[in-house]
Design a protein around this ligand. Structure first.
Ligand SMILES: Cc1cc2nc3c(=O)[nH]c(=O)nc-3n(C[C@H](O)[C@H](O)[C@H](O)COP(=O)(O)OP(=O)(O)OC[C@H]3O[C@@H](n4cnc5c(N)ncnc54)[C@H](O)[C@@H]3O)c2cc1C
Length: 428
């Protein structure tokens, strides 16, 4: 299909609508770049809502960091190939600040440790993990855990994958003051889904009924923890209202997938980015890409078939790893799916995994990915840049293991920021 010569050429095409793609689109719009984006927006529904900046280093010793900034300074020395090592600490700080400022303006503020250290939060399995920022709905949970306050944890009949009792049992040795109760959720029956529960709590009447059911169980608890169901759009109202009705602090604990915390982020980006001028091709993928003279691109967008073409001066590839489909593994190796970029990977398939599933250092396959130069342009193993106008950011990058290093969102946001900055310098 030919592209008519009068088709508009955008400054940048962002491939991906996960955390990295959304952050890149936000920063590009803030830089007044004419931005177009495509991706399957459902991916961000997996986000726990926690903003991990840097939680474990070195992973081979499982050292949990209390101060992520000191940890980053050490990482930059220890792992010069890590994507974070291509950034100044101040750039990472600025990226995080811009991202959370945007969320605060969208009425979904995040909370941080007063000294910018990591916070400890409870997971749905009843373990404790370090993270840098939590949605305001989780703030009092981090506080209650730090102070070992007496708390009531609530769960609901019909809500699968979340057990207050299991959380309390798993935490008993570290947080003994936990009581639990299982309740019927007002006016919903059968199998419960967190999204429906959250939407229902946007209504004051549902909150009143829920508070009435919880009140008899509070006794001497100074806080009540719910699964993450405290609204989708009006989380501040839901939280304040429940605290008023219950007379104690209220907080959320993350749930298993898909999460309401991810849905909230998705809704915020989907509402705000178009208003900031970003043209999003929802639920569509880039199926192929042609290189044009001058280093520009023609991208073929659609699902099974091509629906439209986009011309762009630059591309930011934020297509993720195996789950996002930015990388694909087969018997011959690991491949980048769209541009066929070289992928840094173990020389043989037998080197992808250690024999021990829980090997402390993590499996080599998790550090595979696309290598980039200091401007986040994909490069080959000799460091030669492959395309001046192509940038890559987020979890697709090589030499990082965001799951073990507990740096998923931080890496996504900081590298998106750096890629947009480099892209802006190029197209201006
Ligand atoms: C289960 C789970 C739990 C997590 N928990 C946390 C946590 O507690 N704290 C934390 O900080 N982080 C967490 N994260 C990680 C965090 O969300 C990461 O930042 C994220 O996974 C990496 O994002 P990404 O955008 O680079 O990749 P992905 O999220 O994989 O997104 C890739 C995007 O690219 C799109 N794409 C791929 N190919 C194409 C194509 N050809 N055309 C168009 N679009 C394409 C996909 O549709 C998708 O939108 C979690 C992630 C998962 C999956």
């Amino acid at each position: 299909m030919a592209t008519p010569s009068n088709v508009k050429k955008h400054d940048v095409m962002i491939i991906g609508t996960g955390m990295t793609g959304m952050a890149a689109a936000l920063f590009a719009a803030q830089q007044r770049l004419d931005t177009v984006q495509a991706g399957i927006t459902g991916e961000i529904n997996f986000a726990s809502g926690l903003l991990d900046l840097f939680g474990v280093h070195p992973v081979s010793r499982g050292c949990v960091l209390t101060d992520p900034w000191r940890g980053l300074a050490k990482l930059i020395q220890d792992e010069p190939l890590h994507p974070y090592a291509k950034l100044e600490i101040n750039t990472i700080r600025m990226a995080m600040r811009r991202f959370v400022d945007f969320l605060a303006k969208a009425d979904y503020p995040y909370s941080f440790h007063p000294d910018e250290k990591n916070l400890n939060v409870i997971t749905p399995a009843g373990t404790i993990k370090p993270t840098y920022g939590v949605p305001h709905t989780m703030q009092k949970g981090a506080q209650a855990l730090a102070l070992k306050q007496s708390c009531l944890l609530v769960d609901f009949k019909g809500l699968k994958g979340y057990s207050a009792r299991q959380i309390a049992l798993a935490l008993a040795h570290r947080w003994p003051n936990l009581k639990t109760v299982r309740l019927e959720f007002p006016d919903l029956s059968g199998e419960l889904y967190t999204e429906r529960m959250a939407r229902s709590l946007e209504e004051p009447q549902a909150r009143k009924k829920l508070a009435q059911a919880v009140l008899p169980h509070i006794e001497n608890a100074s806080a009540v923890g719910f699964p993450s169901i405290l609204g989708v759009y009006r989380t501040k109202d839901v939280l304040q209202d429940l605290e008023r009705l219950l007379g104690v602090n209220v907080f959320e604990i993350p749930t298993m997938l898909p999460t309401v915390t991810g849905l909230r982020l998705r809704e915020i980006f989907e509402q705000h980015l178009p208003a900031m001028g970003v043209q999003i091709n929802f639920q569509q993928r880039v199926l192929a890409c042609d290189h044009l003279p001058g280093g520009h691109f023609r991208l073929h967008i659609g699902n099974e078939k091509v629906n439209c073409h986009v011309l762009a001066k630059a591309v930011i590839l934020a297509s993720g790893r195996f789950l996002g489909k930015g990388l694909r593994a087969d018997r011959n190796g690991i491949h980048e799916t769209l541009f066929n970029l070289p992928v840094h990977q173990p020389s043989q398939r037998s080197g992808w995994h250690h024999k021990d599933l829980f090997h402390q250092a993590g499996h080599p396959i998790n550090r595979s990915g696309v290598q980039v130069d200091k401007y986040f342009r994909p490069a080959n193993c000799q460091g030669r840049v492959l395309h001046e106008h192509l940038f890559a950011a987020g979890s697709i990058l090589a030499h990082q293991d965001w799951i073990r290093q507990k740096c998923g969102s931080g890496l996504a946001i900081a590298t998106a920021y750096a890629a947009v900055k480099a892209c802006k310098n190029l197209v201006d």
